[in-house]
Design a binder for this molecule. Structure first.
Ligand SMILES: [Zn+2]
Ligand SMILES: [Zn+2]
Length: 215
C-alpha cells in the first residue's frame, strides 16, 4: 500500500501527488504545479522527506511548482528527455493560455529506459508513453508487492489525453495506452493528472476511447 496525498488548484485543476511507502519517511513529489504549497505543507505535517521530483510530462500545469518544490526540498527533478524542449518553453506555453508563468529551474536528470529508482521502500520505473506529449511517461510505483500507476495526462477516468497540443499524436497515444498501460493487471490503480483515480481494468472495459466495442 502506498500513502498518497493529492491536491489540485485552479485554473487547471491538475493533480499533484505526494507519494510515500508505509514504513519510511521517504517520499516523492509527482507533477508539482499551482497546488505545490498544499503538497509541501502536507509533507511537513506527515513528516515526510521528499527525495525526488518526478514529472510525467512538461505541460505547464504539471511543472509550475518545480521551483518552489526545489526550494523546499533541494532534490533532483526528473523528466523524459523528449519533453525538455517543452519544459524550457514554459513561459511560451503560458502565453498560449494567456497566463504569465515563471521559468522553472533546469531539469536535473532524465529517465533512462529500464531504470529503477529506489526511494525509501518505493521502487519506481518511468515507462515512455508518448502521444499526449513527445516525452510523456507513466510512473509505475511499487511498495511491498503493491503496484500503482501515475499516468499523467495519458489516460483519464473515462477519457484520454488531448493530442492537439504541439508534439501530440493520437495514434501514438492509443498505442502507448494499449501496449504500456494495458499490460498491467486489471486491479492496478491509475492516478491521472486530472480528475478521479481509476483502475486499468475499469478503463480497459469502459473507456469509450479504448474499449473493444468502440473499435
Ligand atoms: Zn498535459
Ligand atoms: Zn495536465
Amino acid at each position: 500500500m502506498l500513502r498518497i496525498f493529492t491536491a489540485a488548484a485552479p485554473p487547471f485543476m491538475k493533480n499533484g501527488y505526494l507519494v510515500a511507502d508505509q514504513r519510511s519517511d521517504a517520499a516523492v513529489l509527482i507533477d508539482p504545479g499551482d497546488e505545490v504549497d498544499d503538497l509541501i505543507a502536507r509533507a511537513a505535517d506527515q513528516r515526510l522527506v521528499v527525495q525526488a521530483i518526478l514529472l510525467t510530462h512538461a505541460h505547464l500545469d504539471h511543472i509550475t511548482g518545480v521551483a518552489q518544490a526545489k526550494a523546499a526540498f533541494d532534490v533532483d527533478t526528473w523528466l523524459h528527455r523528449d519533453d525538455d524542449v517543452l519544459y524550457r518553453a514554459v513561459e511560451q506555453q503560458g502565453l498560449m493560455f494567456g497566463l504569465r508563468v515563471k521559468a522553472q529551474p533546469p531539469v536535473d536528470r532524465f529517465y533512462q529506459a529500464g531504470q529503477q529508482l529506489t526511494v525509501g521502500g518505493l521502487t519506481i520505473a518511468a515507462h515512455a508513453t508518448p502521444g499526449h506529449s513527445p516525452g510523456g511517461v507513466c510512473l509505475e510505483v511499487r511498495d511491498d508487492g503493491a503496484t500503482e500507476l501515475f499516468v499523467g495526462d495519458t489516460l483519464f477516468a473515462g477519457s484520454i489525453g488531448r493530442t492537439d497540443l504541439p508534439g501530440g499524436d493520437y495514434e501514438t497515444l492509443i498505442r502507448s495506452i494499449e501496449t504500456v498501460l494495458f499490460a498491467f493487471p486489471d486491479d492496478t490503480p491509475a492516478h491521472p493528472g486530472h480528475g478521479p483515480s481509476t483502475t486499468i481494468g475499469q478503463e480497459r472495459r469502459n473507456n469509450p476511447f479504448l474499449s473493444p466495442e468502440s473499435a
